[in-house]
Design a protein around this ligand. Structure first.
Ligand code: UD1
Ligand code: CA
Length: 459
């Protein structure tokens, strides 16, 4: 089917350099939400989706941002002479054998089921999505005749007082048979208060031509809310986050407060997962059974194994954590960090591009970068793997059952053999053999009978 998404308006009220449809909602551009919904409608109907996005000011940026979305074409509307004029720009790309569904790049919450109901109601004729609202101001109103049939849409600025009191508004979303739509678009005039070519005038033309017009009232008016300002963007963000929280709870997660969790991507949860307040999930996050996430954690593109606890204020990005592990509070796991089962990573410990073997611990104030750490090894407080020589990064290997004393610097590349013990405060630059005690620090000396200098008398 033909899907036209209008996104040419400049969005002045956003007061932003960024084209309006690129503003993120739940971590993704507004337009991405609409595109996904459009595609899911087409997929449900087993129809190929031919998507045309009408862009205007900043259009190249929008097209660039969606370069990877195949099957999406962009047409430029310049100047912007109204919604009817916008659809007209897409007309040459619309297949006449398929109906055309018009959506809005700044109305991102619309649900596939609502659109499917609209398509069913429209049949071979025109379908328009309306909504009932206690405050219809600013919207076009649906005008019906005495028998309740839709006769036309009137824009607020062109409406009489009686028409303004109508509480059924036009959401803007409509579907129409494509050959007729093209004819009507070519016949639109701009004899109205805004001197624009209104898409909404297509309705009266359909009625004139005896084509049926079905107005479908949106079951939930909040789906049809548009984004015109930062305040509305924030309002929609709350609605999406509320939906996300409901989904998480339906999947079995316990949320300390559904109003205080933000999902900017997708979270998959096992049974009995607990998520405390203030957590942010980005990208794809998987939490296996019984995972507990403490307050104010940020998890991005991370997989956490069963029974693991991520304690307060931890930041996990691009990492994999095994089962029954403990991370945080205040831990930072950077991309490529991979913890096996039962690993403990404590406060102010940073792990990057490193694998830590089963049961190993780094409980306080350490940096593990570009390293392989074997199982059951203990990394003492303040240990640093000095992986960067100022020019290149080097990898290190620390064996199993190793004891690294506090405040050790392991200068990479380095190998530490199995069962080695390194004394606290060592700076090791050469291979540490297995088994023994390695010390690399100044030997402690005591000078017996040493006298402190006495203060000189003033003179
Ligand atoms: C439009 C409808 C109105 C409806 C309201 C719902 C018309 C004439 N009116 O009014 O009945 O109640 O939406 O929100 O259609 N756009 C373009 N090119 C243009 C003008 C607009 O691409 O030349 C795009 C905008 O980017 C936006 C959408 O069309 O995504 C709606 O435009 P907007 O100016 O907000 O229309 P409204 O006046 O609100
Ligand atoms: Ca609008």
């Amino acid at each position: 089917m033909n899907l036209v998404i209008l996104a040419a308006g400049h969005g002045k009220r956003m007061r932003s350099d960024l084209p309006k449809v690129l503003h993120p909602l739940a971590g993704r551009p507004l337009l991405a939400h609409v595109l996904d919904t459009a595609r899911s409608v087409a997929a449900t109907l087993r129809l190929p989706a031919d998507v045309v996005v009408v862009v205007g000011h900043g259009g190249a940026r929008v097209a660039d941002a969606f370069a990877e979305y195949h099957g999406v074409r962009f047409v430029t509307q310049q100047p912007q002479l109204g919604t009817g004029h916008a659809v007209l720009q897409a007309a040459p790309l619309l297949k006449e054998t398929e109906p055309t569904l018009v959506l809005y790049g700044d109305v991102p919450l619309i649900q596939a089921d609502t659109l499917l109901a609209l398509l069913r109601a429209a049949g071979d004729g025109v379908g328009l999505l309306s909504a009932r609202t206690p405050d219809p101001s600013g919207y076009g109103r649906i005008v019906r005749d005495a028998a309740g049939r839709v006769t036309r849409i009137v824009e607020e600025r062109d409406a009489t007082d009686a028409e303004r009191s109508i509480d059924e508004i036009n959401t803007g979303i409509l579907v129409a048979p494509t050959p007729q739509l093209k004819t009507w678009l070519a016949q639109l005039g701009n004899d109205n208060a805004q001197r624009e070519y209104y898409l909404t005038d297509v309705i009266a033309l359909a009625v004139r031509d005896g084509v049926s017009v079905a107005a479908c009232i949106a079951p939930d008016a909040s789906e049809t809310l548009g984004v015109n300002s930062k305040a509305q963007l924030a309002q929609l963000e709350r609605i999406v986050q509320e939906r996300n929280a409901q989904r998480l709870m339906q999947a079995g997660a316990t949320l300390a407060d559904p109003a205080r969790v933000d999902v900017r991507g997708e979270v998959k949860v096992g049974a009995d997962v607990f998520i405390d307040i203030g957590c942010i999930f980005e990208g794809l996050v998987e939490l296996a059974d019984r995972v507990r996430v403490g307050p104010y954690c940020v998890l991005r593109d991370t997989i956490v194994g069963a029974g693991t606890e991520v304690a307060a204020f931890s930041h996990l990005d691009g990492c994999r954590i095994g089962a029954s592990a403990r991370v945080g509070p205040y831990a930072r796991m950077r991309p490529g960090a991979s913890l096996d089962d039962e690993v403990h990573i404590g406060n102010f410990v940073e792990v990057k591009a490193s694998r830590v073997g089963r049961g190993s611990k780094a409980n306080h104030l350490a940096y593990i970068g570009d390293a392989e750490v074997g199982p059951r090894t203990n990394i003492g407080a303040g240990t640093i793997v000095a992986n960067y020589d100022g020019v290149n990064k080097h990898r290190s290997r620390i064996g199993q059952d190793v004891q690294v004393g506090s405040n050790t610097v392991l200068v990479a590349p380095i190998e530490v053999g199995d069962g080695a013990t390194i004394g606290a405060g060592s700076t090791v630059c050469r291979e540490v053999p297995a088994g023994g005690l390695t010390l690399a620090r100044a030997r402690q000396v005591t000078i017996a009978g040493w006298k402190r200098p006495a203060k000189k008398a003033k003179g």
